[in-house]
Design a protein around this ligand. Sequence first.
Ligand SMILES: *[C@@H]1O[C@H](CO)[C@@H](O)[C@H](O)[C@H]1NC(C)=O
Length: 179
Amino acid sequence: MNSALDLVVLVCLGFCSVVVLGRPHHSGSDLGSNFVSENMERDIDTLKGPLNLLDTKLVGEPVFRNLMVELDVKFEKHEQWLLLNATLDVYLNIFSNMLKENHPEEVKQGLSRLRGKVEDLKRSYYQDRVKMKIQDLKDIKTNDAVVQRKAVNEFKVVYQRASQLGTILHPRVKNPTQG
Ligand SMILES: *[C@@H]1O[C@H](CO)[C@@H](O)[C@H](O)[C@H]1NC(C)=O
């Protein structure tokens, strides 16, 4: 998308889809969007020759294809998220290991940019916010008198929330909070 006309067309398409569908067509599921940018395509193309990527021996037994197929069939979205996070880690290691080898400069630059894209993606969408919050909670100084008194002040709110969610998630468990 490098001309002003493309931008106009894009804006118009976006607007029309809002009018027609009542929402941007990429909302909800982004499965239809192409996240692999032209720059990424170009970087991958520059690797093809030097790394002999079109070698027929490579095509028969792919590394990730089974997982990509299984994701939707066998795993919940949250599990997919964890598995893709781990898969991105594998790619980070692969790119890093390849960068240690003797490759032409353009190959190194391509690999390095692709690794950067993976790092950006992980930073944007694969931070474990729950794990981070749990760490914050573990860091609370439970032997500090000021913290203790603040906590007592907030106790009812927290107890209420925890009880509410517990009964929603496990409605059949006998309510232990009576009395
Ligand atoms: C994703 O992987 C990183 C390690 O690279 C880890 O620190 C993070 O907790 C993982 N995120 C999830 C959601 O598991």
